[in-house]
Design a protein around this ligand. Structure first.
Ligand SMILES: Nc1ncnc2c1ncn2[C@@H]1O[C@H](COP(=O)(O)OP(=O)(O)OP(=O)(O)O)[C@@H](O)[C@H]1O
Ligand SMILES: [Mg+2]
Length: 406
């Protein structure tokens, strides 16, 4: 019997590191075997700021997952999520004459056109991480997803290049090196998240995925591929800070109050429950109302969602998002956030839920692993061309292209 494939997804988030280990069984189904979580010490917003501590915190999350899965990470294919302000994207076009039109467009033509699309001048401190082919164009005929075998004289590709800062990327590889692990690929987080919370049909129709974690990642998928991605330096932590200041309570308490009693919209509170909170001194207990808490949360969340709306509208895709908006990330657990988001976006909004890890997992725990689950799904059926760590980029790209078209 064929050996099942083992995959590990490592999500280095702003507020936590999450890891899942999964296997693909012989029927092609993904089973989650283990999961782990740790504080992202040594990282700031996904970027390594202290190598030793970063190695320790990654080791913790990976170790917990290894233990539950009863499997070593080094025996898995490893996919690491990347996001943040050090990642940007650029549209790019490649054009080549088809070598032998009579025989049809070949894999070689495709690798050549992809090579072309990558030949852009980048500053020394930036590198290409992914190349996402949006469409192929054969003799001016647009909208082709797989041109292999087609007749034509001129092949073009319209692609999205995902570009990152060399040092930030290299340091993630360093963390893994210290753990004697090697990433199969670094994966743009929105790509991974989309595989955990969206159906391929949604991505065809057009959807925005808004991942509100420590920061907010906005991504847009249309015709099955990623069209746009932006990180906004705002998120759930801003809500906690406002609560901490507004209620004069320690940050940790504010975080707890937000998770347990927080509501996104004052108007959706029917029975206003009193909440007992600790004062900043840690001594005095005082009583506040749920409405008061919501009155701190709502304006800040509205501001964040307004920035998201602006980001979506500036892309020009807003009118064509027939699949609506999927909200995900920790802040999507806030009661009533979907209603507030619908008002602001004027689009249908749903909360994205990943597959359950096991029957005992609560919604909150599952949300923590959304990106990591998406990463292992990416390993199962990735849909962009990840450029590997080594120099031999093109060989890898060609083999990935082959895989995609089989
Ligand atoms: N039940 C809840 N209600 C409200 N907010 C919550 C809840 N659970 C978690 N959060 C908030 O979600 C945020 C963390 O979300 P998440 O785990 O998605 O972030 P992350 O993946 O670490 O960050 P990023 O993806 O931006 O790098 C925190 O601000 C946390 O307070
Ligand atoms: Mg996240």
């Amino acid at each position: 019997m064929a050996k099942s494939k083992k995959l590990l997804g490592l999500d280095i988030g702003t507020t936590k590191i999450a890891c899942v280990i999964a296997e693909i069984d012989n029927s092609g189904k993904l089973n989650i075997l283990g999961h782990g979580i740790s504080m992202p010490e040594g990282f700031r917003n996904g970027v390594v700021i202290n190598l030793e501590r970063a190695v320790d915190s990654a080791a913790q999350a990976i170790g917990q997952a290894e233990k539950l899965a009863n499997l070593r990470a080094k025996n898995c294919e490893i996919y690491v999520g990347i996001a943040g302000e050090y990642i940007k994207h650029l549209p790019s076009i490649g054009t080549v004459p088809v070598k032998n039109p009579a025989k049809g467009i070949s894999e070689k033509d495709i690798s050549e056109v992809i090579r072309q699309a990558q030949t852009i001048r980048l500053p020394n401190d930036e590198q290409i991480i992914h190349l996402i082919p949006n469409q192929y164009i054969v003799d001016g005929q647009k909208g082709i997803r797989n041109p292999i075998g087609m007749f034509g004289f001129r092949l073009e590709v319209e692609a999205l290049l995902i570009i990152g800062t060399v040092s930030a990327i290299e340091n993630i590889h360093r963390v893994l090196d210290h753990l004697e692990l090697k990433a199969e690929s670094l994966v743009l987080q929105p790509q991974a998240v989309s595989l955990a919370v969206a159906e391929p049909e949604d991505k065809d129709l057009g959807i925005a995925i808004v991942d509100i974690g420590g920061m907010t990642n906005v991504s847009i998928f249309k015709d099955g591929v990623l069209r746009y991605y932006k990180t906004l330096p705002l998120g759930g932590e801003n809500l906690t800070k406002d609560i901490s200041i507004g209620l004069r309570t320690p940050y940790k308490k504010a975080e707890e109050i937000k998770r347990v009693y927080g509501t996104a919209m004052i108007s959706s509170i029917e029975h206003d429950e009193p909440i007992i909170i600790e004062d900043i001194s840690g001594r005095v207990n005082k009583q506040i109302s749920q409405r008061l808490l919501a009155s701190i949360i709502e304006p800040r969340l509205e501001e964040i969602l307004q920035h998201v709306d602006n980001a979506i509208r500036e892309t020009g895709y807003a009118e064509s998002l027939s699949g609506g908006v999927i909200l995900t990330g920790g802040t999507s657990l806030l009661k009533g956030i979907d209603l507030l988001a619908e008002q602001i976006f004027r689009l249908p909004v749903k909360i994205g839920k990943p597959q359950t890890i096991d029957d005992t997992q609560t919604e909150g725990i599952m949300t923590d692993f959304t990106t990591a689950i998406g990463l292992v799904r990416y390993g199962l059926n990735g849909n962009s061309l990840s450029l590997p760590h080594e120099e031999n980029v093109l060989t890898e790209v060609v083999s990935k292209v082959k895989e995609l078209f089989i």
